[in-house]
Design a protein around this ligand. Structure first.
Ligand code: PGA
Length: 261
């Protein structure tokens, strides 16, 4: 089944409010032109927390949606420095990236933490974009599939029994070694992993519930490699880091998605 493409820009810890607004303005212009030609899937931008409100104000009713880069599993209270899902909703977010490998590596997030955040995102009315992926040692040891299976299995208790439009989740396959490195897996490796992830989701949630789950590829996506990666079966879009900070590059990646749907 063909799913609606989703291209997500993860701006990470980059940009003040002014630069976030400039980038958003350029994307709004570029996306509006493409909509006229009906070239578009769904586009989401995930600025730093400090720019969410300002970006939301200029996105208005446009087709570009807003997402956070992380959230707390708690819903309010004495958690200094944290942001909860309701707060993200309050500034216009529909999506939230969870379990990014940088969160796992630099902030010690475990599979259990990620699972609790995923459940909290559903509770708070956000669509989680859940990142999974192996590191280089696991890839070299031939255990990439096992590593990703363990991450998905750990999520299973936190997934809803019935999926609705409101609690759709997205999976982003991001090999840790491909993030920011300029290296990417081969199309065969991406294909193998995406088929495997869908199979695991079916196993843990049931095929009916996971049919609509989009599985994105992320890790050194660039205008030069996007068309080849997007043409791999079962790749429903991309999670873009570095290249999402350049409107030209991000729009070129959007353009690289096949348009037959
Ligand atoms: P990258 O990052 O595109 O800069 O490799 C992707 C990500 O971390 O989501």
């Amino acid at each position: 089944m063909r799913r609606r493409a989703l291209i997500v820009g993860n701006w990470k810890m980059n940009g003040l409010v002014e630069t976030a607004l400039e980038l958003t303005e350029s994307l709004l212009t570029g996306v509006a032109k493409r909509e006229k030609k009906k070239l578009l899937g769904e586009v989401v931008v995930c600025p730093p927390f400090t720019a969410l409100s300002a970006v939301n104000n200029i996105l208005g009713g446009s087709s570009i949606k807003l997402g956070g880069q992380n959230m707390s599993a708690e819903s309010s209270g004495a958690f200094t420095g944290e942001i909860c899902g309701i707060m993200l909703r309050n500034v216009g977010c529909r999506y939230v990236i969870l379990g990014h490998s940088e969160r796992r590596r630099h902030f010690g997030e475990t599979d259990l933490d990620v699972g609790r955040k995923v459940a909290a995102a559903f509770r708070d009315g956000l669509n989680p974009i859940i990142c999974v992926g192996e590191d280089m040692a696991q890839r070299e040891a031939g255990s990439a599939l096992d590593a990703v299976d363990a991450q998905i299995q750990a999520l299973a208790p936190f997934l809803p029994e019935k999926t609705t439009k409101q609690n759709q989740m997205v999976i982003a396959y991001e090999p840790v070694w491909a993030i920011g490195s300029g290296q990417t897996p081969t199309p065969q490796q991406i294909s193998e992993m995406h088929v495997f992830i869908r199979d695991r989701l079916d196993k843990y949630m049931g095929a009916d519930e996971t049919r609509k789950v989009r599985i994105l590829y992320g890790g050194s996506l660039k205008p030069e490699n996007a068309a080849a990666i997007f043409s791999v079966d079962n790749v429903d879009g991309g999670l873009v880091g570095g290249s999402s900070l350049s409107p030209q590059d991000f729009l070129a990646i959007i353009d690289a998605y096949p348009t037959s749907d």
